[in-house]
Ligand binder design. Structure first.
Ligand code: G3P
Ligand code: CA
Length: 252
């Protein structure tokens, strides 16, 4: 066994809804989470960032333009201003008046719907500790009985998580699998590596699994690709279309 937490992975499903059912509803919003849950997804992956006033919110981009009717940098806006933005209309008229969710709202939703969470920490450089601290506050206020897995591309954020949320399982996010993956996982005390599915190297996945770590791949919207990844030893895939992958009877 690894010397640090991998408890969240013990309840890992093979399919994780990426930003919710983000292929069919606006990513990282309650409608996308509701749709994923109704389609049978057991875990959600979401992106966690902080507002100017230090509140943890669910949002992917650094800027507001792509997914809201706002402009500028997320980190320059207070929570109250962010909550006036429409985060659904860009995806379709039926999603008008959808708001950027707070982490608190997501945690309540996950508890109510019995969903595991992969919280990807998306900090602004220099505000990693503040982001992790804001997450910690919400996780204390809204205790969740479901598994919570933290991940990040940002190693400072992972180190902060190790300090401030030591009981939560951590994963390192990368694009390609780095040659020194084992050293990096050990240094950060991460129990999994989440990498880009298109850049998979099966031999490396086998080594990762043999060494006792988990290998997860993003973003996989094609059931045949998912099957090839599972065959190569990948434990779970992130998908924008959970129903499509869950419906495929041959998925383990
Ligand atoms: O956590 C997997 C995946 O979401 C990482 O990339 O850009 O979709 O947040 P991105
Ligand atoms: Ca993400």
């Amino acid at each position: 066994r690894l010397g640090y937490s991998d408890t969240a992975y013990e309840q890992l499903p093979t399919v994780i809804a990426h930003r919710g059912a983000s292929g069919e509803a606006p990513e990282n919003t309650l409608p996308a989470f509701e749709l994923a849950a109704s389609q049978g997804a057991r875990w959600l992956e979401v992106d966690v960032a902080i507002s100017a006033d230090g509140q943890a919110v669910i949002f992917h981009d650094e800027r507001l333009e792509r997914c809201t009717d706002g402009k500028g940098w997320l980190l320059n806006q207070n929570l109250e201003d962010l909550q006036h933005l429409d985060a659904g209309l860009w995806f379709g008229k039926q999603f008008r008046n959808t708001r950027i969710p707070t982490l608190a709202e997501l945690l309540d939703f996950a508890e109510e719907h019995d969903l595991g969470l992969n919280l990807e920490i998306k900090p602004v450089i220099g505000r990693e500790a503040e982001t992790v601290w804001a997450m910690r506050q919400e996780l204390i206020r809204h205790p969740l009985h479901q598994p919570v897995l933290l991940s990040s591309f940002n190693t400072t954020a992972l180190k902060c998580a190790r300090t401030h949320l030591p009981h939560l399982t951590r994963a390192l996010l990368t694009e390609a699998i780095p040659r020194d993956w084992q050293q990096r996982l050990q240094d950060l005390e991460c129990s999994g590596l989440h990498f880009c599915a298109d850049l998979i190297e099966p031999a490396a996945v086998e080594q990762i699994r043999t060494a006792g770590y988990r290998a997860l791949a993003y973003t996989v919207n094609n059931p045949d690709q998912a099957l090839r990844l599972y065959d190569a030893g990948v434990n779970a895939v992130f998908t924008d279309f959970p129903q499509r992958l869950l419906k495929s009877a041959t998925i383990p």
